[in-house]
Every structure is written in structure tokens, then in C-alpha cells.
Design a protein around this ligand. Sequence first.
Ligand SMILES: [Zn+2]
Length: 479
Amino acid sequence: MTFKRFFLLLALAAPLALAEGLPDLGEASQADLPPQMERRIGESIMRDIRARDPAYIDDPEINAYLNQIGARLAAASPDVRQDFEFFALRETTLNAFAMPGGFIGVHSGLVLAAQSESELAGVLAHEISHVTQRHIARSVGKQGQAQMTQLAALALAILAARSNPQVAEAAVIGTAAASIQTQLNYSRDFEREADRIGIQTLDRAGFDVRGMGSFFDRLQKFGRLYENNAPGYLRTHPLTTERISDMENRIRQAQYRQVANSTEFLLVRAKLRATQGSPAEAVADFTAQLRERKHLSAPAAHYGLAVAQMRARDFAAAERGLGELRRLGTASPMVESLAAELRRARGDLGAAERLYREGRARYPQARALLYGQIDTLLADGRAREALEAAAAEAQLYPSDALLQGFQARSYAALGKRLQQHRAQAELYALRGQLVAAIQQLELAQKAGDGDFYEHSQVDARLRELRARQAEEAKQKLPM
Ligand SMILES: [Zn+2]
């Protein structure tokens, strides 16, 4: 286990300590863990992953893609009562996992191993089904007392298990995770249920259900290759012969359907590959792919090569690759944002901003282009324009925490301290971090600037969040 990972696990143990101080939940509704509690636990683990896990991939295009395919699957899933958030971790292992509260993580290794979008969708549909069927809550609920402690330890074990086997072993030292680990492994019934509902979901969302079968086949082959070290996915979702034949039966009953990979799936895979390892390795890899024609798509290989060349600071070559992409007619906001990033990497902030703006006119839904534009404006000392863009879009997407973060940065650049802390508070509130949000509003009160109107807004919002905090304390939700 690396030191960094150990630190992460220690950090994650913090909510554990908090959890132990909580009284038990009482006898009412003992059966299941309340959804609000589950969400709060998920949010607190997510906060630690975002802040401390070096493997967390903080890339708006990759996040947007995963959340788009995830939302499409969730919409097709029966019985959806909650929000989902999908994210990626830079890990070569083949794994995906559902955390409490609808947070679903996927390893970059798994995305790269998927040979079609339907295969990736199959794994995500399976994870979504663990969430909609409330398998985590149901496992924990059965334990009776001390549910919180168990669930927090369970969350810890999920994170340990998602990584390599050595990590999983080392992580159990000093925690109760050893026994929890076995409880974490979903029961066979839960696995069967997640397969059954996952296949239905995959079908309703318009993917090729055979993707589920072919991917599990490939995972199993990997498993054989590794002998005792089966990929994490197979350890946490044990694949039995019974499960495979069950799945094969269901897949046989489904209608044959040819489904093309989306451009974004292909480009996201290429971006994940192009941003791992050293720039020189990535350039060599895509050059070989193109030379030997060993790729799922030529445009994606050209895109990956251009991204790798930009990392290697070979800007002229990257520009040529971009030209090739345009010649091939590859239409995607990711191509527009690569063009803008390339300008920015060459130090031409004005041209980069213009390319982001033009890209947004063509793809108004692509928020990565908006983020890129605002970030470039800030780097170019144009904080007022950055603020205008962020505030206007925040009206359209009030739950977008990043837009609040951009507003906070813009206000900071403009020297408006009250508004800076107020926007930062909204970012925390959107991520379920009430304590941090309240702290920011208290800082806003003491900022020493702002007019009467702004101060009353801060006071009102602070009263609102404190009331919410009191309410949640009554329900014994973790903060
Ligand atoms: Zn499973």
C-alpha cells in the first residue's frame, strides 16, 4: 500500500470517529438505513475522495460523459428515488463500485477495458441496480445495532476493496474492516437481482444487452490470468457459474440490437489513455495504435495522440492532429475544447477564450466549454466577465457547485470578500457540507465590506442553514 493511499484511508476514518459518538438509531424502522442518512454518508466519503484521493479524476469532460450515460441508465431504471453522481478514479484495476447515497465510481482501467459503450453501460447498470434496490442499506439494516459504525466501516472497506489486493489487506489492520469485508461482498441474491434489473435497464436505455455478457466474460478471463488475484470487481461482485448462466439466459431472450458507440465514449477513452503515464509513453502508444490500426476508432486515436502531444508540449504536432480530426469531420465539444486548450497552452489566452465562446455557441449544453472559458477569463485578469458568465449560468444550473466556485474566485479577484465567502458557502452547501458552509457565511458577516442588502442576504441564508443543521442533528445525520 502506498503512503498516499494509507493517508486517504486514515482520513476516511474520521467520519467513523464521528459516527461512534452518535447514539443508536432507536427501534423504529430498524430494518433499513434511512435514505437521508445514506446520502449524507456518501457525501462525506465523496468529500474526502475529492479533496484527498490522488486517484480522483477532476476532469469536467470525463465527469460530464459518465454522468450523461449514468443519467440515461438511471432514467431507464425502475423505481428511481434518488440522485446519482458518477465519477472516475485513475486506477489500472478493473473495478466499479456503488457507495452509500448513489455515488458510483468507476476505475479508468475498466473504461479502457470496455470494448464497446454497451459494455461500460452494462457495468454501470449493474451498480445502479445495487443502489435502486438499496442493497447497501439492506445489508447494514440487518446488522441491528451500531449501524452507523458498521456503515462507515463498510464504506472504508469499499474504498479499500476498490484498489489492489495488497491495499485491501493492509487496510484491515487496526480497523474492524476484516469482518465487514465479508459483509460488504453482496450476497448472491443481491448480485442476481442487480444482474436482472441491470439487464432490463440496459435494454430500456437502448444499449446492447449482450454488452453485459461479453464484458463479464472478459472480466472472467482477466480473473483467470491473475489466478488468485481476481480483478476487484469479481471479488466484490462474485461471479459464479450460476450467475453467468442466469445472465446468458436473460440475454438470449432479449432482442438483437446493433448499437454504435457514441463519439464521446470513444474520445473519453482516448483522453483517459492519453493522460496516463508519461507524455512520451502516451505519444508512443497512440502513434503505434495508428500505425498498426489497433484502435476502436481512427478519430479517437488522432484525438488521443493530439492530447498526448499537447502534454509533451509538441504544440505544432498537436495542431496538425487537430487539423486531421477536423478533416475527418469529428464533431464533438471535446474537439472544440482541445482546440481552445491548445491555444491556452501556447499562451494565447485571448484566442483560447474566443474558441471556448464559439464552441459554446455550437454546443450550449457542454459545460466543460463554459468552465474552460471562465477559467481562461480569470487567468487573463478579466474577472468581471468571468463573474457575469458564471452568475448567468448558475441561474440555469442552480445545483452546479463548480459555478459557485468560479463565482467565489471571481469575487476574490475583484476584492469583494463578503460575496467571495457567500459563493464559497453555496459551493459547500451544494455538496452537503453544512458545517463548512456555515463557517463561510460567518466569514462573510465579518468580511468588512458589502452593503446593507448583501449583509441581510447573508444573515438570512445563515439562519436558514443553521435551522437545517439543527433539524439534521435531530435526525442524527452525520455532518
Ligand atoms: Zn454487484
